[in-house]
Design a protein around this ligand. Structure first.
Ligand code: ADP
Length: 777
């Protein structure tokens, strides 16, 4: 029933025009040409065809022009009425600038029983839809349409259908087929609208929120199942995991409560995320896992000896501590109790003396797991005790994490650098630590995040510190102090030979046959390449030398021996050479001894006079980042020298000038009274022009009338003096007892002179006056 004819064609992007529709179309130049061409034909018809991106259209609508004019805003427009479908044939030529095509017009088929029934069905759905959308005027229009094809083509107006769907309608010649797709689409849409309406209604009716969520969740689950998106590994089945886990009853109850909350919470809600993280934390903790202690004290001592050279006192103390612990445990007593009873051992000393590795040895000796908790720089209480769960990004504190890491409830926990814990507005971490370490409280330690009692009473806590004075005093109260001051050269050589060298050789995959390092070389590294109380740098340098050796071995298979003269080739030139001689070559410089966080060290005090006149207190300039106590001791020293000038052989005029005291290195803060005698010596040296003997070091507080008062850290200072190559050291008489702790090797190398009067120190420390010096002063 098609008849071929030729018409001008107008391509439009939208809307899709179906037969029966009357629509306005904006006219561009091409469209204008088509309209003009149509108007020039006797019938005035044109073809409206959809403009497609991907293909040439196969169907269009033959339309008549109702009106041509201007739309508001000025553009030209035509109102067209769609009349019948047409199949588009090939392009032809025609009059005017328009494109012409051949078309086969498709006249609508007569209604059949079949199409009438489909039309009736569609009409019902369409009316229901229109009523839902409250489009009452259109309801009337639709009601009056009886022709099935025309009814189907009203879908061109439906805003709920897409252009793709409308084009499909245009291209479906068969009326029954067209009605069928419309019934399907409209039916689906109606169902969806009904669900939406139902939900809206439910909400209006004040349906319980959780119930609604539950319904949606059921739907969601159904959809998931449909899509095959389950969680096959069951990792999300927290209920099963909690039930299967070995948990104390209280913990299980709390965990199940949270599981309940999780099941009720929505998949995407942040709360669900928090609960899962919390449950993971709880499930990861070794609630009922304990390791068996080995109680054999001889074996424990053997392990300590095997891991570390020397340190006999420290090892003795550790073994005593273990003995008391195991005895109390056997008697069923609380493991350790009460203040000051040594609940916690703290290993104090400079870096690299083996504090951390001793902690590991203790764990090994006990047969326990070992975890290290770094406390350096911790300022926030929450670091120890965790953040409350409501806090964004909340985490358990370090103690809980350490237990998790250890995987047992009775590990050895090393609280590293406990002296570097600070406190500020975020709370006081040391208060939390106190609770962790207190046997009366720590069996029910509560982390803010975990919010469950955690029994820490079986944990062995150890701590390390560089500077005891910096440990918060409340903590220090419950600690038993084990001081490790540093090693002598002999110790270092032994440690290197027996421990560091074998370990570094292993790391470099070398055998003792391939590389040997002589004791002389080791001693030279200790003396001239490092200047440290511990062996950290020493170990690094050994590693460096062995790396070089590996490279050499790759070139030739000859076994290597690294001896003292070879070191330059492996490590470069020595970094430390005795500098005391050079420093004290000018009058006014004296060598003191100090203890810093890095251990004992030598310290040069320089006194000078810029030459200008100065009076009283203001005449003293102090530099080198000195603390208040050290500044005062400089003033005391100057007052003493002024008031005892004659006795010290000083010309009073030499002191009535501006005086400058400097303590290098300028960038390192220093404090304490123990440089008093050194300051006096430097001032006298400056004022008399007599050099200080370069092999002399000294330490001691000084009073206004020259008495020498005792100081701390004698052992560390003497070790430092030996390292620096000094031969005579003056210490306060009242520190003589401390010499018992000093290794014999050090005492053999040094002449240690206990003194009571600073004038005697000055007399022995200064070089005799020379004529030149006297003249200069
Ligand atoms: P610290 O904790 O005091 O800074 P470390 O425990 O890290 O020091 O020790 C540094 C290195 O020196 C480690 O490899 C350690 O095994 C080693 N070490 C220190 N002292 C000894 C010793 N007495 N015997 C054997 N090795 C030691």
């Amino acid at each position: 029933m098609a008849e071929a004819k030729s018409v001008p064609v107008l391509f439009v992007s939208e809307p899709i025009v179906l037969p029966g529709m009357v629509v306005p179309i904006e006219l561009d130049d091409a469209a204008r040409a088509a309209v003009d061409a149509a108007q020039a034909t006797p019938t005035g018809k044109l073809l409206i065809a959809p403009r497609l991106d991907d293909r040439y259209p196969t169907y269009g609508v033959i339309a008549s022009i109702v009106q041509v004019g201007r739309i508001p805003g000025g553009g030209a427009a035509a109102v067209v009425r769609g009349e019948s479908r047409a199949h588009i044939g090939s392009g032809t030529t025609g009059p005017g600038a328009a494109l012409w095509v051949e078309v086969d017009e498709i006249t609508a088929a007569e209604p059949t029983e079949d199409t009438k029934a489909l039309a009736a069905e569609y009409k019902k759905l369409l009316l229901a839809m229109l009523q839902r959308r409250e489009a009452w005027q259109i309801v009337d229009v639709v009601n009056k349409i009886t022709d099935p094809s025309a009814l189907a083509d009203t879908a061109g107006y439906a805003s709920y259908l897409s252009d793709v769907q409308k084009r499909q309608l245009l291209e479906t010649e068969d009326v029954a087929a067209r009605l069928q797709v419309l019934i399907e689409w409209t039916g689906d849409l109606l169902a969806e609208v009904e669900v939406n309406d139902k939900i809206a209604e439910d909400v209006r009716d004040g349906m319980e929120k959780t119930q609604k969520e539950f319904l949606l969740r059921q739907q969601l689950n159904a959809i998931r199942k449909e899509l095959g998106e389950g969680e096959p590994d069951g990792s999300d089945d927290y209920r099963a995991r909690v039930e299967a886990a070995d948990l104390p009853e209280k913990v299980r109850e709390a965990a199940l409560r949270e599981v309940g909350k999780l099941e009720r919470s929505s998949e995407q809600s942040p709360e669900g995320g928090w609960i899962r993280t919390w449950l993971d934390t709880v499930l990861d903790l070794p609630w009922n896992t304990r390791t068996e202690d080995s109680t054999d004290l001889t074996a424990a001592r053997d392990i300590l000896d095997a891991d570390h050279h020397g340190l006999d006192d420290v090892k003795d103390r550790i073994v005593e501590y273990l003995a008391v612990r195991s005895r109390r445990a056997q008697r069923g007593l609380q493991v350790v109790g009460g203040r000051g009873s040594g609940a916690v051992m703290v290993l104090a000393g400079p870096p690299g003396v083996g504090k951390t590795s001793l902690g590991e040895s203790v764990a090994r000796a006990l047969g326990r797991k070992f975890v290290r908790v770094a406390l350096g720089g911790v300022r926030d209480e929450a670091e120890i005790r965790g953040h409350r769960r409501t806090y964004v990004g909340a985490l358990p504190g370090r103690i809980v994490r350490a237990i998790g890491e250890a995987g047992s409830m009775n590990p050895v926990v090393l609280l590293d650098e406990i002296d570097k814990v600070g406190s500020d507005y975020r709370g006081d971490p040391s208060a939390a630590l106190l609770e962790v370490l207190d046997p009366a409280q720590n069996h029910t330690f509560r982390d803010h995040y975990l919010d469950l009692d955690l029994d820490l009473s079986d944990v062995v806590f150890l701590a390390t510190a560089n500077v005891i004075e910096n440990i918060p005093s409340a903590l220090l109260d419950r600690m038993e102090l084990l001081q490790i001051d540093g090693y002598t050269e002999d110790d270092k050589v032994a440690i290197a030979r027996e421990y560091l060298l074998p370990r570094q050789r292993d790391r470099a995959a070398l055998t003792p046959e391939e590389v040997t390092v002589t004791d002389a070389a080791l001693r030279k590294i200790a003396a001239d390449y490092t200047r440290e109380p511990g062996v950290r740098q020493f170990e690094r340098l050994l590693a460096k030398a062995l790396r070089k050796a590996t490279t050499k071995l790759a070139a030739s298979d000859e076994p290597l021996t690294i001896d003292e003269p070879d070191l330059v080739g492996y490590l470069g030139r020595p970094r430390f050479t005795p500098e005391s001689a050079e420093r004290t070559a000018v009058p006014g410089v004296a060598t003191g001894l100090a203890v810093t966080g890095l251990g004992g060290d030598v310290l040069y005090i320089e006194a000078g006079s810029p030459g200008s006149e100065g009076v009283g207190e203001s005449a003293l300039i102090l530099t080198g980042q000195l603390g208040d106590v050290m500044k005062e001791s400089a003033q005391i020293a100057l007052s003493y020298v002024r008031s005892h000038a004659e006795e010290l052989g000083v010309d009073p005029a030499a002191l009535n000038r501006k005086i400058h005291v400097h303590v290098p290195a300028g960038a390192v803060p220093k404090d304490g009274p123990s440089a008093g005698v050194t300051m006096v010596t430097a001032l006298v040296s400056m004022a008399t022009g007599r050099q200080v003997r370069s092999d002399v070091g000294m330490t001691g507080e000084v009073t206004l009338n020259g008495r020498v008062l005792p100081i701390g850290g004698v052992k560390q200072k003497l070790l430092a003096a030996q390292r620096a190559g000094l031969s005579t050291v003056f210490i306060p008489q009242r520190n003589e007892a401390d010499l018992d702790d000093v290794p014999a090797e050090v005492l053999e190398a040094l002449t240690v002179k206990p003194m009571t009067d600073v004038a005697d120190i000055v007399a022995q420390a200064l070089e005799p006056a020379t004529e030149a010096a006297t003249a200069a002063a």
